[in-house]
Design a protein around this ligand. Structure first.
Ligand code: ATP
Ligand code: MG
Length: 365
């Protein structure tokens, strides 16, 4: 247990995603926050009264930085610096030293792991891009939908007036193509329909997807599950989650089917609990991680960075909306979806925070 003094003094630091240390004049550690416990692989009690030099290979460098921060009475920041954890693992961090004038504490150091920073920056970029894309497409879909109705109606009227049967072939082309476009526009507008939130069990979602996939692709498919059945329920829109997972799983099977010399087609659903995970600039105490893994040929390198963009497809007949919709639905649950792919193993990971601030809006039936 942390002493009460520290609890109140560092209350705001307990939930930070960055790792915080507070030390006295002699570099003796007086407090570390939970993120620091995880990053440096030791508990608060183990860290207490240790010297911070424990984590540095060149402590003189650190002392010098501290001197500079104090001389200027402002923060000192260092990018890409290597430190050691308690278990002697080397990690690349950036750190900021901030002097504080308090009796018990002399300065605070904030560490953040570099690859984590890069990942957060990438996610943030993707998130902003996705919001912009989604807005653009929604406006476009609205603009296209209305004149499309007019076009279709006019073609129908024209068809009735046509005396010569062979000419109807042309009006039929207009009507069919208008219907195809209409379908596409409807799909683009789906993510903006109001969600229905209720208590949701991830395994019910997965079992539903499993039966849909098995009925759609009965051929030679080995669909295995490895569930952590202790995972709690969370508030979510069941139908949208089913659609998201279905889009991902369907892509996997379609990719495996494309291989000419089809061997065994393996699709695997794995669920696990995640703790203290950071994404969308927030730390989530507990989350569900769902991995959907296929043994297909993998995603084309040129496509990999773009697959979540709408209308991006590697297939002749693909509309390129499946993954963009899936990402939209997962983001509505404050979650995240990511992908890694090598030939023989393509993994989509979906992370859904348990405490996602969503409110139940569907009455119990
Ligand atoms: N598991 C996978 N293995 C190989 N390639 C994949 C996989 N998942 C996605 N892809 C690639 O990403 C592209 C985009 O997928 P997405 O689901 O968004 O669109 P689509 O499948 O082409 O069309 P739609 O789902 O709208 O019918 C696919 O066309 C395919 O080239
Ligand atoms: Mg698809």
């Amino acid at each position: 247990m942390k002493p009460n003094l520290l609890k109140t003094e560092f209350k705001g630091m307990e939930d930070l995603a960055t790792s915080v240390f507070a030390c006295d004049k002699n570099l003796v550690i007086k407090y570390i926050n939970p993120s620091a416990e995880i990053l440096f692989e030791l508990s608060h009690d183990q860290a207490l009264n240790e010297n911070i030099s424990l984590f540095f290979t060149e402590i003189n460098f650190f002392k010098d930085a501290l001197r500079q921060a104090k001389a200027k009475q402002s923060s000192y920041r260092e990018y890409e610096y290597f430190v050691k954890t308690k278990q002697n693992k080397t990690i690349c961090v950036s750190f900021t030293i901030t002097p504080i004038e308090k009796k018990e504490f002399d300065f605070i150091v904030e560490f953040s792991q570099m690859d984590q920073q890069l990942r957060v920056a990438r996610e943030e970029r993707m998130f902003i891009q996705q919001q912009a894309n989604s807005e653009l497409l929604r406006n476009l879909a609205h603009e296209i939908r209305n004149p499309l109705g007019g076009l279709r109606g006019a073609a129908q009227l024209l068809e009735k007036e046509l005396k010569e049967k062979s000419l109807k072939e042309y009006t039929q082309v207009i009507i069919d193509e208008a219907d195809r476009l209409q379908n596409l526009m409807n799909k683009l507008l789906i993510p903006h329909q109001l969600p229905l939130y209720k208590k949701t069990n991830i395994h019910e979602v997965l079992e539903r997807v499993r039966s849909l996939i098995l009925s759609e692709f009965p051929e030679n498919l080995n669909l295995t599950r490895d569930y952590d059945v202790s995972l709690p329920e969370f508030i979510g829109d069941r139908e949208k989650l089913i659609q998201a997972v279905l889009n991902v799983a369907r892509n996997g099977v379609q990719a495996m089917l494309e291989v000419k010399s089809k061997g065994k087609m393996n699709l695997n659903f794995i669920t696990r609990a995640e703790s203290q995970i950071v994404f969308h600039k927030k730390k989530h105490t507990t989350a569900i991680r769902l991995d959907i893994i296929d043994s297909g040929p993998g995603i084309d390198k040129k496509l990999l960075d773009k697959i979540f963009y709408p209308l991006v497809s590697g297939k002749d007949n693909g509309s390129g909306l499946g993954l963009s919709l899936a990402q939209n639905f997962i983001t509505q649950h404050n979650g995240m979806i990511d992908c890694s792919s090598t030939p023989g193993k393509t993994k989509f990971s979906i992370v859904l925070p348990i405490e996602n601030n969503l409110k139940i809006n569907e009455a119990k039936k």
